[in-house]
Design a protein around this ligand. Structure first.
Ligand SMILES: Nc1ncnc2c1ncn2[C@@H]1O[C@H](COP(=O)(O)OP(=O)(O)OP(=O)(O)O)[C@@H](O)[C@H]1O
Ligand SMILES: [Mg+2]
Length: 236
């Protein structure tokens, strides 16, 4: 067995992903979901939370851009009725308003999560990018994110979407985004590869602490039922 001891894993909720990640996501870890526009970051995050709802966990969607109605509409277009059914009960949607990201992450977010202290929660932050633009000072950014990630680990397992710019088929780790990628326990890259006449969506695991994971680039599709990863197929 190559399985590490001492770490507990939870199912990601994304069809095909647990097989790539060595059996799911490490419980109480912080994962970055790094992807280009339209690559599936929000749907991936939604399915990660849906798995929690199905298990009776409390789940939190922290949006820095969307409001709850548009989130619920998107979820329902994928056939996920659970979010509306659990709204303000096991499903908490919080939209960050204003631009005081520092205060939001250090003061407001812990208050939102407090209701679940002592029980495992799933948390999605979608996307963190505006915070990275706002807090340009690297030392301050590292301090705030270090504290925020530790706080998130104490409440549960968190998935943090970060928008990727530039060539959608290339892994370009711009310096502006280095800090969250280093501080996180795992980085999942959603990308697109041009394949003659269409863009093939792909998922790769760039890092995943405590896990023996796939090093490959795996094609996936988004259908009207959500993400489907084809782990045994090559990209082309
Ligand atoms: N019902 C569906 N059937 C097929 N594909 C879909 C469906 N719904 C969404 N998609 C695909 O999912 C993409 C959007 O996924 P999602 O919103 O998760 O991406 P994102 O990475 O969060 O995008 P953004 O950068 O705009 O936030 C669409 O561009 C489309 O390719
Ligand atoms: Mg999105």
């Amino acid at each position: 067995m190559t399985q590490f001891h001492m770490v507990e894993k939870i199912s990601s909720g994304i069809a095909g992903f647990d097989a790539l990640s060595g059996g799911g996501l490490v419980k109480n870890s912080v994962l970055v979901l790094y992807g280009s526009p339209g690559s599936g970051k929000s749907i991936f995050s939604t399915e990660f939370l849906l798995e929690g709802l199905k298990n009776g966990e409390k789940v939190f969607y922290i949006s820095l851009e969307q409001d709850v109605d548009s989130f619920l509409k998107e979820a329902e277009s994928l056939g996920f009725q659970e979010f509306r059914q659990n709204l303000n009960n096991n499903f908490i949607f919080t939209k960050m308003t204003g631009h005081d990201f520092k205060n939001f992450l250090s003061v407001e977010l812990p208050k939102v999560l407090e209701s679940r202290k002592g029980k495992h929660s799933r948390i999605a932050i979608d996307p963190l990018t505006p915070f990275l633009w706002e807090i340009k000072d690297q030392v301050l950014q590292r301090n705030i994110l270090g504290d925020t990630f530790n706080m998130l680990r104490s409440f549960g397992t968190a998935l943090i979407a970060i928008e990727k710019y530039g060539d959608i088929s290339k892994l370009e780790l711009s310096e502006d985004l280095a800090i969250p990628l280093y501080l996180s326990d795992g980085v999942i890259l959603l990308s697109m590869v041009y394949n003659e006449n269409f863009y093939q969506k792909t998922v790769s695991i760039l890092k995943l602490r405590f896990s023996s994971h796939s090093a490959g680039m795996h094609p996936f599709e988004i259908t009207n039922k959500g993400i489907q990863i084809f782990q045994d197929q090559p990209v082309f």
